[in-house]
Design a binder for this molecule. Structure first.
Ligand code: 5AD
Length: 368
C-alpha cells in the first residue's frame, strides 16, 4: 500500500491586509464575514485533528498582523506539549526572520508560503501589496529560521502558457523545497479576476505539472491540493490514485467558519463537520488503497533520512551530529556511533550526517 501523510488543516483566521487579485479573502472583499479563532477554539479543533490520526497540524490564516505572535507561539507550544503533535506547520503569510525564529523556538517545524508565480511581472500584476522578491526573501528566512520550507504556485493563472508552466516547475525544483503545494487557479466571482480563464485547452497540463514536480523532486512531499476538486469533481482522488502525491490535507476548520474561508468557489466540504471527517478519513483513504501514516513524515525516510537506533528518522540533511541530536530531542549524556564508529562528543560539531547514514544513540541510565 502506498503511504500517505496526513496534515490536518485548521483555517484559524480569514482576516487579511492584502488584496491579491485572485483571492476570496482579500481585504477589499466586503462580503466576507471576518473571523479569528481564539487559542481555546484552535486547541479544540486541533484535538479533533489529533484524534482523526493526523501527525501534523497546519494552522493557516490570511496575512494579518492582528494575529499576534504571542498567541501563535503559545498555541504552538500547547499543540506540542498537550496534544503531542509530532509536527506543527504554520501558514500565516509573509513574516520577518525574528517572527519565524520565535515560531521555531516555540516548536513549529514547518512553514508554508507559496510564491504563486516566479514571473516578476505577473506576480506584480496580481499582488498589489507585495513583490516577488519579498516572498522569496521570506522563503529564505523560513529556511534560515530552521523551519522546513513548503512552497508552490498556482497552475493556470491568466496569461500563463504551457511554456510558462514549465518555467514555474523548473523554478520550484531549483528552490529544493521540502514540500510543494500547487493547485489550479479557480476564478473567484468576488474578486477582480472573476472572469479570468486559463490558457489551457484541457485539464491535462494541471495533472502533468504534478507529475513533473514529482520527477524533479523525488524526495519532496507533494500534497493532493483541495483546488483540484474545484477544477473537476474527483480531482483530488485522481491525484491520490496517480501515485505522484504523498500528502493529503483534510480540512478541520469549525463548520461555522468554513463558508468564510472560500479562497475560490467550489471548495469541497463546506458543510462537512470535523467530527464526521474524523470518522471517515482513514477508512476512505484505505478504501483507495492508501496507507495513512500518523507521524512526522517530511521526507522519504528510507531514501533521505538517517537510521536512528534501527528506525528511519527524517532530518534536515546534511547536518552535523550535534544539530541532529538537537532535532531528535536528545538531551543529557549519550554515546554516539555513526555507521559503526564511535564519535566522541567534542567531534560531534564536525561530524556531518548524510542521507542513509546509520546513527546509534546510547543513553546512560543511572549514576554508575
Ligand atoms: N484559486 C486557486 N487558488 C487560490 N489561492 C488563493 N486564491 C485562489 C484561487 N482563486 C491559493 C493561493 C494561496 C493558497 C492558500 O490558496 O495559492 O497561496
Amino acid at each position: 500500500m502506498k503511504p500517505i501523510w496526513l496534515r490536518g488543516i485548521v483555517e484559524i483566521s480569514n482576516r487579511c491586509r492584502n488584496n491579491c487579485l485572485y483571492c476570496g479573502i482579500r481585504a477589499a472583499n466586503a462580503v466576507v464575514r471576518r473571523y479569528c479563532l481564539d487559542a481555546d477554539r484552535i486547541l479544540a479543533a486541533a484535538t479533533t485533528v489529533r484524534q482523526a490520526g493526523c501527525g501534523t497540524i497546519v494552522l493557516q490564516a490570511g496575512d494579518h498582523p492582528g494575529l499576534d505572535d504571542e498567541t501563535i507561539c503559545e498555541v504552538v507550544r500547547r499543540l506540542k506539549r498537550d496534544l503531542q503533535f509530532p509536527a506543527v506547520t504554520l501558514s500565516l503569510g509573509v513574516k520577518t526572520l525574528p517572527q519565524l525564529a520565535a515560531y521555531r523556538a516555540a516548536g513549529a517545524d514547518r512553514y508554508l508560503l507559496r510564491f504563486e508565480t516566479s514571473n516578476p511581472a505577473r506576480f506584480a500584476a496580481i499582488h498589489p501589496d507585495e513583490t516577488l522578491e519579498q516572498r522569496l526573501a521570506c522563503l529564505r528566512d523560513i529556511r534560515q529560521a530552521g523551519l522546513w520550507v513548503g512552497t508552490g504556485f498556482m497552475i493556470g493563472l491568466p496569461g500563463q502558457t504551457e511554456a510558462d508552466l514549465e518555467q514555474e516547475i523548473a523554478f520550484t525544483a531549483a528552490l529544493q523545497p521540502d514540500m510543494v503545494g500547487c493547485g489550479p487557479f479557480i476564478p473567484n466571482p468576488q474578486t477582480p479576476l472573476a472572469g479570468a480563464a486559463s490558457e489551457f485547452a484541457s485539464l491535462e497540463p494541471y495533472y502533468r505539472a504534478i507529475r513533473r514536480l514529482r520527477e524533479l523532486l523525488p524526495n519532496a512531499r507533494i500534497p493532493a491540493t483541495t483546488a483540484f476538486d474545484a477544477l473537476e469533481p474527483g480531482g483530488r482522488r485522481k491525484l491520490l490514485l496517480s501515485g505522484f502525491v504523498d500528502v493529503y490535507m483534510p480540512n478541520f476548520t469549525p463548520t461555522d467558519c468554513r463558508g468564510d474561508y472560500l479562497l475560490y468557489p467550489g471548495k469541497p466540504g463546506v458543510d462537512e463537520t470535523p467530527e464526521r471527517l474524523a470518522e471517515t478519513l482513514l477508512p476512505d483513504l484505505r478504501g483507495l488503497g492508501l496507507d495513512p501514516i500518523d507521524e512526522w513524515g517530511d521526507r522519504n525516510p528510507l531514501s533521505d533520512g538517517v537510521i536512528v537506533n534501527g528506525k528511519p528518522r527524517p532530518l534536515p540533511l546534511p547536518c552535523t551530529l550535534s544539530a541532529a541530536l538537537a532535532c531528535l530531542g536528545v538531551r543529557g549524556q549519550v554515546a554516539t556511533e555513526v555507521n559503526g564508529t564511535i564519535v566522541q562528543s567534542d567531534a560531534r560539531p564536525q561530524t556531518v550526517l548524510k542521507p542513509g547514514d546509520s546513527l546509534e544513540v546510547i543513553t546512560f541510565v543511572g549514576g554508575g
